[in-house]
Unconditional design. Structure first.
Length: 289
């Protein structure tokens, strides 16, 4: 059986410690704050990130240095036969496309998975890859399986503030001002490549109801067959507001008592665009092993 190494990035929500426990490599995503580079989970913690965000310091996202990516691959290939590299969605970052370009020089030994995942759904892809590798699949087979089911997931997110959507040009200053006065809370979705609008409601309480309803509709319709077979995972994420997320988790668990809920901090690359205080719920189909 070929030895397969699994690589992902910190957008999966997998910390460096968790990566070591799982036996995988996690590339830290770089951030520039006041033009100084920081690495997520290495020189920049979640807490520090939100402190800097609150102070309105200029923050921009970047992608892992190609030299560091290739350096990691070269090191792993001394011990492993092949690598499965699972970056964040190509629709949300250029890091996937960069990795695919770099992998061309590795004669098929590095398989880059473009399965449109981020945060908790990306983490599930990593767990799937580990299970598939243990089941004897080679790197190319793992990539094919993960990409074949790339759209079998949903993420719904509600925000505390419209400030960062305005900052990123996703809504106009006028719409943000009106939304703030009326206490409008958007519910966004990631189903595939992009972060898109899903609904707009008054207040966070109503936004939570909309997200719970969206989960139920997905499980009853879009994912009905998978749910019946026990192949769906229910996940949650948040941006710096763990206590609020724990309270919401109780509501979600009450509505879906048959599911074990996995909850992690939301990727900082997404948090840059939505700010502190967001809540997210997600559904992901497990790969069939």
């Amino acid at each position: 059986m070929r030895k397969i190494a699994i690589v992902t990035d910190s957008n999966s929500g997998i910390t460096q410690d968790e990566g070591r426990k799982l036996g995988i490599s996690v590339l830290p995503m770089p951030f520039y704050i006041n033009e100084v580079m920081y690495l997520e989970g290495v020189t920049l913690s979640q807490e520090e990130f939100y402190e800097r965000l609150k102070k309105d310091e200029p923050i921009s996202t970047s992608q892992p240095n190609p030299g560091e990516v290739c350096g990691l691959w070269d090191t792993l290939l001394k011990e492993y036969d092949e690598i499965v590299h699972i970056p964040m969605s190509s629709g949300l970052s250029a890091s996937c496309e960069t990795a695919m370009g770099l992998a061309r020089d590795y004669e098929g030994k590095v398989q880059v998975v473009d399965n449109q995942r981020i945060s908790v759904t990306q983490k599930q892809s990593v767990l799937d890859a580990l299970a598939l590798a243990q089941a004897g699949k080679n790197a190319a087979e793992i990539r094919e399986i993960l990409e074949a089911e790339k759209l079998e997931s949903s993420i719904y997110i509600t925000l505390e503030t419209l400030k960062y959507l305005k900052k990123g040009g996703r809504i106009t200053p006028a719409a943000a001002a009106i939304g703030t006065v009326l206490n409008l809370k958007p519910v966004l979705q990631i189903q595939g490549e992009k972060l898109d609008a899903y609904s707009k409601v008054r207040g966070k309480k109503q936004a939570k109801r909309v997200m719970l309803k969206a989960l139920k509709e997905d499980l009853d319709n879009r994912f009905a067959e998978y749910a019946e077979n026990g192949d769906m995972c229910l996940e949650m994420a948040y941006t710096g507001n763990r206590e609020e997320a724990e309270e919401f988790k109780k509501e979600v668990q009450e509505m879906f008592p048959d599911y074990e809920i996995q909850m992690d901090p939301l990727s900082l690359s997404v948090a840059c665009h939505i700010g502190h205080g967001a809540l997210a719920v997600a559904l992901t189909k497990k790969a069939t092993v």
